[in-house]
Every structure is written in structure tokens, then in C-alpha cells.
Design a protein around this ligand. Structure first.
Ligand code: BEZ
Length: 211
């Protein structure tokens, strides 16, 4: 049974480039992005890990810890980390799990046997400080992920966790948001003092409330 939205993210202990990780303890009160890589010493993964390392200040600003995973052993991760620093101009600044025994990949169903029997697909799991799964994405090995999209989703998740709003298609931080249908117009007037626009009774927008 796969891990579904709202489930508690499975806990685990596994080796990493920063020593053994006891996952829930390591996560603490942070949000977490757990993402898998098919294999060490592969080109797309190399660029992805460099990109995430470069974006660390953006993740830090949002109280997010990133943690990568590949099913190769730690000694391969150590050699590959040097290549990442050399080719991407930035060193890994978050742990990379060495999931050689597939413990974590199996728990999170990151291996999709009809795609590849051995290596993980490109999974992304965003986990809240309550340890509940907030988002999962699955990309094929041949398509590198867009980490600006991951940051955009985190902005939406963090906003909608605190306000009775949802974010429209292609929304970005700073743009108007949608008032959830369960809020009446009378309550909306109190909840959103900047005002709101009623385009249809079910489609009402308001300026982003936490700005
Ligand atoms: C890559 O990361 O470059 C990659 C990994 C597996 C298959 C294809 C590409």
C-alpha cells in the first residue's frame, strides 16, 4: 500500500552522507522534501543535486530540510559528491541517503518495477512538521525535476495550512488567492480585511492574506 496524502510519513533509520539518519528525529519541526535518484554518477541526477544545493537559502527561508536518496552505497555517494561539487559549482549541503538495502525505497514505493526493477524513479515527497504527507510527485528517470515548482508548492502548502484559501493554477507567491467555498461571504469579510472579489458565488479571490 503506497503512502498517501494525509498519511504519516514512514519513519526509518538509514545511512547517509551526513551519518545515520533517524528520519522523524532528523526532521524535527521542519518541513521536509525527500526525493529519490535512480542512480549515482548519472547526468540528470548530478544537475538536480547541484540545483537543490544552490537553492538551500530558499528552502531555509521556508523552514524546509531537503534529503536525497539513491540506492547506491555510501562509498559511491562520497565519490559522486566530489563530482557534483566540481561540475555544479556547489557542494552537497544536505544529506543523501545510501539506500543500498532498499529499506526506504521500499517503504515509500520509490521502485516502480514496470519502469525499472532495480532503480528508483524520481519521487518527491513533501512532509509537513506534523510528519503527514502533503504532496507526492513521480517523474521518470529521463526527466529532471523543476525545483522552482517544488518551492512554489511549498509556498502554497504553507499558506493554505494557515488561512482558509486555496491557490489557483500557476499561482506564485504574492498573487491573489481563492477563498475556499466553505467560507460564507459574511465570514470572508471578517477573515479577509483586504476585501474580496466575487466572480461567481463559488469563485472568490482575495489578496494573499499573509503579506
Ligand atoms: C540520469 O540521472 O541522468 C539518468 C538516470 C537514469 C536513467 C536516465 C538518466
Amino acid at each position: 500500500m503506497s503512502v498517501q496524502l494525509g498519511d504519516t510519513a514512514p519513519d526509518f533509520t538509514q545511512d547517509s552522507t551526513e551519518g545515520p539518519i533517524h528520519f522523524h528525529e532528523w526532521a524535527g519541526d521542519s518541513w521536509v522534501v525527500l526525493f529519490s535518484h535512480p542512480k549515482d554518477y548519472t547526468p540528470v541526477c548530478t544537475t538536480e543535486l547541484g540545483t537543490v544545493a544552490r537553492l538551500k537559502p530558499e528552502f531555509d527561508k521556508r523552514n524546509v530540510k531537503c534529503i536525497g536518496l539513491s540506492v547506491d552505497p555510501l562509498k559511491d555517494h562520497e565519490g559522486w559528491s566530489k563530482d557534483i561539487a566540481e561540475t555544479q559549482g556547489v557542494a552537497l549541503n544536505f544529506p543523501l541517503l545510501a539506500d543500498a538495502d532498499r529499506r526506504v525505497s521500499t517503504l515509500y514505493e520509490m521502485i516502480h518495477p514496470n519502469a525499472d526493477n532495480t532503480f528508483t524513479v524520481r519521487s518527491v515527497f513533501i512532509i509537513g512538521p506534523d510528519k503527514k504527507l502533503k504532496l507526492s510527485l513521480t517523474y521518470p528517470a529521463s526527466t529532471g525535476r523543476n525545483f522552482q515548482e517544488i518551492l512554489r508548492v511549498i509556498d502554497s502548502l504553507q499558506l493554505t495550512a494557515n488561512y482558509k484559501v486555496a491557490t489557483p493554477a500557476d499561482w506564485k507567491h504574492g498573487e491573489d488567492v481563492i477563498i475556499v467555498p466553505a467560507v460564507s461571504n459574511a465570514d470572508a469579510a471578517n477573515l479577509f480585511p483586504k476585501g474580496f472579489r466575487e466572480i461567481k458565488p463559488y469563485l472568490r479571490t482575495t489578496p494573499q492574506p499573509n503579506l
